[in-house]
Design a protein around this ligand. Structure first.
Ligand SMILES: Cc1cc2nc3c(=O)[nH]c(=O)nc-3n(C[C@H](O)[C@H](O)[C@H](O)COP(=O)(O)O)c2cc1C
Length: 256
């Protein structure tokens, strides 16, 4: 706070820190191609990435996550193999989905961090004690849980980007059969659910940018602007055409 003032003012805004944060936010890109690992990552770096996750906000401060770090070569390869099988299943059963089929690039990860969520923590969120109100609260508690784990995952991706490393966000792993394989491989108790998987590596090439909806299409000042409600056909155009490019290519290949 500035001397002589009685309360905060715009002079207290820390624009340089915001700019630094935005640099890291923009630097983080999902990269699905890593250089062969030259040497193992120092444990402090992996701890640093997990520390960033630990400081994420969570519903009722439940911190419903555990971080399983596969950093030994044999463990990285074994976890990668689970995802190679997961990708094979996906290509067979979700044919329209434009994913990277062969996940062999994962073998070049320096480490793979798996976020396991403990769903018992939902009891800390609002639980109805009045008949007929369970629906109101139960489904929302699931959202609180997932949003919490997502916050931790995002912190970790940003931390890896801040170190100059790269990551990709893998939700594959949450499907029942893949989750079961991961639990078995890593000795994780049955009740824990893998929600996000973070392979970490040196990028084979950096993805400079990715398509983002223009900011002005997303902001609603004060109240909802009906003109900014995406039309159904715009959503379908994304699903059927734009999606593949928007997921895997740089933004320069797409129209804003
Ligand atoms: C919840 C969530 C799940 C995702 N799951 C996968 C996934 O299973 N495989 C994958 O290659 N990318 C996955 N991604 C990455 C997205 O495709 C990626 O974030 C998006 O295309 C934007 O690219 P960017 O991360 O480079 O900004 C996921 C991202 C999020 C947030």
């Amino acid at each position: 706070m500035n001397a002589g003032e009685t309360g905060p003012s715009n002079a207290d805004l820390t624009a340089p820190r915001f700019d630094g944060l935005m640099d890291v936010i923009r630097l983080r890109r999902s990269v699905r191609s890593f250089e062969p690992p030259p040497e193992p990552l120092p444990a402090e770096v992996l701890r640093g990435i997990c520390e960033a996750g630990r400081w994420a906000p969570s519903g009722a401060n439940t911190q419903p996550w555990h971080f399983v770090v596969a950093a030994e070569r044999a463990d990285v390869l074994a976890v990668s193999d689970v995802f190679v099988r997961q990708a094979d299943r996906l290509v067979e059963h979700c044919r329209g989905f434009p994913h990277v089929h062969k996940k062999h690039w994962l073998h070049n990860s320096l480490a793979i961090v798996l976020l396991f969520c403990d769903p018992r923590w939902v009891d800390s969120y609002p639980v109805s004690d009045h008949e007929g109100w369970a629906d109101e609260y139960d489904a929302n508690n699931e959202k609180i849980l997932l949003a919490s784990v997502g916050a931790a995952a995002q912190n970790m991706h940003l931390a890896a980007a801040a170190y100059g490393l790269t990551t990709a966000w893998l939700s594959g792993g949450g499907e029942d059969s893949t989750a079961a394989e991961l639990r078995e491989l890593l000795g994780v108790p049955e009740l824990l659910v893998p929600i996000a998987t973070i392979p970490i590596g040196w990028p084979h090439r950096r993805a400079d940018s990715r398509y983002r909806h223009p900011l002005d299409e997303l902001i609603h000042w004060g109240r909802w602007d009906p003109e900014r409600t995406p039309a159904d056909d715009a959503v379908q155009t994304y699903v059927s055409g734009v999606r593949r490019q928007a997921m895997y290519r740089g933004s320069e290949t797409l129209e804003d």
